[in-house]
Each structure stands twice: as structure tokens, then as C-alpha cells.
Design a protein around this ligand. Structure first.
Ligand SMILES: C[S@@+](CC[C@H](N)C(=O)[O-])C[C@H]1O[C@@H](n2cnc3c(N)ncnc32)[C@H](O)[C@@H]1O
Length: 248
């Protein structure tokens, strides 16, 4: 399974983790493999397909396009950055307002580091999508940005780079879906004093199903013991928090 076509670029730790989990749950190998594929689709494939990755790579190589246009078109190819695109400058302006981080640790980064690198931030990203990671690295190298990403599974406790601030954008529900308690386990070990945590307020299909109240109740109750919530606001359809680790 690990080398199967559509998911061949996914972090091998993730595939092994899911294979072990579903081998326990299903006696039948085919059913187990199908469950692994469904899970991989839900946690990574749904956000960017291999075809979209190929198109993004073409944009990087297209010397006829102005660089800013190529970047915008590439960001449109990942579901999470696509949702932010119509208001992305205003979104980040408000999210980071007054905080002035120079370096960012972007957890489950998708293509976010490309936007941030173009705006002059130093970024270290982590994601299980090998396709996104190599695109980020190649694009950043071509533009000379201080941006790099690693293909690692955040549930396997990889080493994390220190930064002025960490980003956990639209990530925590995806982690909790994979392992209950994983979200807070990760946030507690993030080596940055402040973390921007965001949640989607609509499904990938665009439906509003009470996600804002559901996620805010869960997050505020769960984070309160370890973090001070400095800010909470809904920015352009994304529920955003800035939290700081409690002293001591
Ligand atoms: C909803 S997208 C968010 C992407 C980005 N943070 C953003 O907001 O633009 C979720 C991302 O989490 C990644 N992901 C899912 N499970 C992960 C894990 N266990 N470790 C690292 N990345 C993971 C997916 O590949 C996907 O890029």
C-alpha cells in the first residue's frame, strides 16, 4: 500500500501508522487497505489532489507569468489557501496585527509558506503531503526565500523548529479526527511562546453546520489550562485565536 499511486507522496510514517491501526480493526486485508485510503483522503488528499500539485509545479516553471500571478494561481490549488485568497492580505494583516513575528513555525502548512515567504517571513513548515512540501521547498529555493518544509507526521512527535510564533491553521480538527487528544499534545510541545490557531467555519463543501460554536466551545475549554487566550475573532470566515503559553 505504501507505494500506491495516489498517495505515494504521503509521509511514510503516516501510511505506516494508518496501516497498523486498520490492520487491527479489519481482518480482511482489502477492507483495511480501503480504510487507509479513505483516511488518507480525509486528512490530506481532500485538500490538494496530485493533478493540482502538477498544475502548481507548472506555474512555478512558467517564466511568462509575473511571479505574483503565478503564486496566486498556485495558492488557489490548495483548498485551504483557496478559501483565504479573496482577502488573504487583509486576513494576515488582522491575524498578525501588532505581533510582528519574524520567524514562523507552520504546522501542517499546506502551501501557506509560499504566501508567507513572498511577504518576507522566515518559515519552517511541516506537513504529511510530500507533494506540498517539495513544491514549497522548490518554489522557495527558486525565489531565494528563507522558507523550508519537512515531510513529517505531527502525530509522530517530530522535532520542531523554534520560532517567534507558531501557526496551527485549520489543523486541530484534522488531528483530533486522527487521534483524540492529539491537538493539545502538539500545542503543549510547540517551541514558540505564541500560537495562532484557526478553525474553518464552513465544511470543504461550503456548508455552515454550527462549526464556529462547536470549535470555540471545545478549544476554549481544552486550551484554558495551558494557554492564555489573548485574542479571538472571526476573520473572513475563519475562526482565529492567538494564544500564549501560561507562565510556569
Ligand atoms: C485543512 S489543511 C490546512 C493547511 C494549512 N494549515 C492552511 O491553513 O492553509 C490540513 C493540512 O494538514 C495536513 N496534515 C494532516 N494530518 C497531518 C499530520 N498528522 N501531520 C502533519 N500534517 C498533517 C494535510 O496534509 C493538510 O495540508
Amino acid at each position: 500500500m505504501s507505494s500506491a499511486g495516489k498517495y505515494k507522496d504521503v509521509c511514510t510514517e503516516t501510511v505506516a501508522r494508518l496501516e497498523a491501526r486498520f490492520a487491527e480493526r479489519f481482518k480482511n486485508a482489502r477492507e483495511a487497505e480501503k480504510a487507509v485510503k479513505t483516511a488518507l483522503h480525509q486528512i490530506t488528499g481532500a485538500f490538494m489532489t496530485p493533478d493540482e500539485l502538477k498544475r502548481a509545479r507548472k506555474l512555478l516553471a512558467d517564466e511568462t507569468l509575473p511571479p505574483e500571478q503565478a503564486l496566486t494561481e498556485a495558492l488557489r490549488l490548495h483548498a485551504s489557501t483557496r478559501e483565504r485568497l479573496p482577502h488573504i492580505d487583509a486576513f494576515y494583516g488582522a491575524l498578525l496585527d501588532g505581533l510582528n513575528p519574524k520567524s514562523l513555525l507552520d504546522l501542517a502548512c499546506g502551501l501557506n509558506p509560499l504566501y508567507l515567504g513572498a511577504r518576507g517571513y522566515s518559515v519552517r513548515g511541516v506537513d504529511i503531503s510530500g507533494g506540498c512540501v517539495s513544491l514549497v521547498n522548490d518554489w522557495a529555493a527558486a525565489r531565494g526565500w528563507d522558507v523550508s518544509a519537512e515531510c513529517r507526521d505531527l502525530l509522530c512527535d517530530p522535532p520542531l523548529h523554534e520560532a517567534d510564533m507558531a501557526l496551527a491553521m485549520k489543523l486541530l480538527p484534522v488531528l483530533e479526527q486522527q487521534e483524540k487528544g492529539a491537538a493539545m499534545r502538539l500545542l503543549r510541545r510547540v517551541p514558540a511562546a505564541m500560537i495562532a490557531v484557526t478553525f474553518p467555519m464552513k465544511t470543504l463543501g461550503g456548508r455552515s453546520v454550527g462549526m464556529e460554536s462547536h470549535y470555540s466551545e471545545w478549544f476554549e475549554a481544552t486550551a484554558r489550562g495551558d494557554f492564555d487566550i489573548l485574542r479571538r475573532e472571526a476573520l473572513f470566515g475563519e475562526l482565529c485565536y492567538i494564544v500564549r503559553r501560561k507562565a510556569g
